[in-house]
Ligand binder design. Sequence first.
Ligand SMILES: [Zn+2]
Length: 156
Amino acid sequence: MIKYEPDKLLAKIAPERKIKKLLKSNITLKKTALSFVDAVDFIDKKDVMTTALKVIKGYKERIKDDPEIEEEILKDPKQLIQRVQNEVIFQIAEGIKDKYDGERYVWLPSDADEPRPEHQLNYGIEFTIGDGEMPGDEYGCRCGMQILTEDSSLEL
Ligand SMILES: [Zn+2]
């Protein structure tokens, strides 16, 4: 049995402090800071980079319109953290679908600030992987899964 909890996994593989380091003070991407992704085989570094670059491009445009927000963005690049984490979670969910297709799982609660009401209805209920909507399918979903398999840790 595998307990997959997105927030715990993110804290381990893609924590805020590591994502913050992606943003250089001149609002560009520090590519070497992407090395945290290298430690995790099943994460596509190029996709994470594309996501980060898109957010940074948006930041640059916003700063052009309103230079005063630059300091705030550098101090707390919320959007960058959220988008990069969402991308990582999305890739993990895809990996789970590939690896554990057809296995049963129990839908676990999200610890998002505002969990989706439709997902709350699924908490504690058993489903089949690859069958219908799953945790992580929807961008930003932070619901977890108890995968009813013989494995004891996530090996994607
Ligand atoms: Zn959810």
